[in-house]
Design a protein around this ligand. Structure first.
Ligand code: CA
Length: 244
């Protein structure tokens, strides 16, 4: 039977090679009202993502074939899709690499099913709850919350959903300094002081890499504020190494 009543249900793709874990996640997500399916290797993840166009991908970091990092990069190349990364490696370096690759959040195994669903909900809320209102312009940056388009000097710049939400929060505050807790509350809607601060810092680095170091000012000991990418503040400039 065809059903058109399920269009509001979000679709989640689970990429996890441990079949028992994958099945348990799918079962839990379905119970929580999502459409969910699993694939068990990285290449299948990339291919399935293209066809399914899920609202969110739950992605294991350690996969046979293509690694979680490679899968994350591949699927973000096609289309900006929120990614919740699963990792057995409780190493900060791995987590940060994952976030740099465009993951929106991560969960360290073992995790409780309840925690997983809470994280899924938080990521989806963060992505969909951004008010579709106005266009913001600061310096050469234009951010349109309705079309979710970001331009730097008229050229489109592709941000991950989390980077977009961070930049939008900073632009809405119109130059006022936001603390990391402000940003966590607004962008992530949860507070988790230790890894939370590092998560903010990591995504800020992503925004700067794409829009220029001056686009976000570090206010030492306080937090971040939107800056003008053209006004190169020496305090935020990276050490000069122009050799490429
Ligand atoms: Ca694995």
């Amino acid at each position: 039977m065809t059903s058109n009543a399920s269009t509001a249900r979000k679709t989640i793709l689970v990429v996890e090679d441990e079949v028992d874990i994958a099945n348990a996640i799918v079962e839990r997500l379905v119970k929580s009202g999502y459409r969910a399916e699993a694939v068990h290797d990285g290449l299948a993840g990339v291919e399935r993502c293209r066809v399914l166009k899920p609202d969110l991908v739950i992605l294991d970091l350690l996969l046979p074939g293509l690694s979680g990092h490679e899968v994350c990069r591949e699927i973000q190349r096609d289309r900006r899709v929120p990614v919740l990364m699963l990792t057995a490696l409780d190493s900060e370096a791995d987590v940060l690499v994952g976030l740099r690759m465009g993951a929106d959040d991560y969960l360290t195994k073992p995790f409780s099913p309840r925690e997983l669903v809470a994280r899924v909900e938080a990521v989806l809320r963060r992505v969909s709850n951004q008010p579709d209102r106005t266009e913001h312009r600061i310096g050469g940056i234009t951010l349109d919350e309705a079309t979710r388009r970001v331009e730097l000097d008229g050229a489109e710049v592709h941000l991950t959903p989390t980077e977009f939400a961070l930049l939008a929060a900073l632009m809405r505050s119109d130059g006022a300094v936001m603390t990391r807790s402000d940003l966590l509350a607004e962008v992530w809607r949860y507070t988790n002081d230790d890894s939370g601060a590092r998560t903010v810092d990591s995504h800020i680095r992503g925004v700067r890499r794409k829009l220029g170091d001056g686009c976000v000012r570090t206010v030492h000991g306080v937090g971040y504020a939107i800056g003008d990418p053209q006004a190169n503040d020496p305090s935020t400039a990276p050490p000069s190494d122009s050799a490429s």
